[in-house]
Design a protein around this ligand. Structure first.
Ligand code: CA
Ligand code: CA
Ligand code: CA
Length: 228
């Protein structure tokens, strides 16, 4: 999934939009956060997993030919039904920026990220009706929490995570307390695909989905660890 390693950021526009959004949200959050530490986040992983699992049905609904991939045609239909008012260009941008394995299609994991980005880009909107028509409060809560977590980690509120903040956050909590700094450095490198020294929201989102681990559906007991 890290095939974008080293390639220049082709989706600057989308990432800039997200960055702005994050800065905005950080400002309006007035520094309040429900998170005290990474520990409190890990405690909520089962909730995240439930939220992601519920999305499986949505994914299958839009994957009309059931090939495990949502192609452009299927995505267009999906966005139409969700009443996402995006231009063709925006949709293409979104499609490519979420198709991170370059498979020319959106797999389940990429779909979660895609919905999260749409949700964010549409919020808050001028018209109250113009929100993602997912009819899922749980899903919105999941996405809101991911954003909250990002804002929690973004100490200086510039809309991206820098190495220092990440290392500090990861080191100051018990699961990583005894782990050498090397582990957190590796984790940071994993997140920062385009190697610009910062973790953007999009990079963070994919890392987070992996971190929560949607592929461990059958294995409830698995404890997320810092390895990998
Ligand atoms: Ca399909
Ligand atoms: Ca893909
Ligand atoms: Ca980066």
């Amino acid at each position: 999934m890290l095939c974008n390693c080293g390639s220049p950021n082709k989706y600057k526009k989308l990432d800039l939009k997200l960055e702005k959004k994050m800065i905005e949200m950080k400002r309006s959050s007035s520094g309040q956060s429900n998170f005290k530490s990474i520990d409190s986040i890990i405690l909520r992983f089962p909730q995240f997993r439930d939220g992601f699992r519920n999305l499986r049905g949505v994914f299958e609904q839009y994957d009309e030919d059931s090939n495990g991939t949502i192609d452009r045609k299927e995505l267009n239909k999906c966005l139409e039904e969700l009443q996402v008012g995006m231009t063709k260009e925006e949709v293409e941008d979104l499609f490519r920026s979420c198709d991170i394995d370059g498979s020319e299609g959106i797999q389940f994991k990429e779909f979660i990220a895609l919905l999260c980005l749409i949700y964010l880009l549409m919020k808050p909107s001028s018209s109250p009706d113009n929100t993602l028509k997912m009819d899922s409060q749980q899903l919105e809560a999941t996405f809101d929490t991911i954003v909250e977590l990002f804002l929690f980690l973004d100490k200086n509120g510039d809309g991206k995570l820098n190495k220092k903040d990440m290392m500090k956050a990861l080191n100051e909590t018990s699961p990583w307390e005894r782990s050498p700094a090397r582990v957190t450095r590796t984790r940071f490198k994993e997140m920062d695909w385009d190697k610009n020294g910062k973790v953007s929201f999009r990079e963070f989102l994919f890392a987070f989905i992996n971190w929560v681990g949607i592929e461990t559906d059958d294995d409830e007991e698995e404890i997320p660890d810092s390895g990998k």
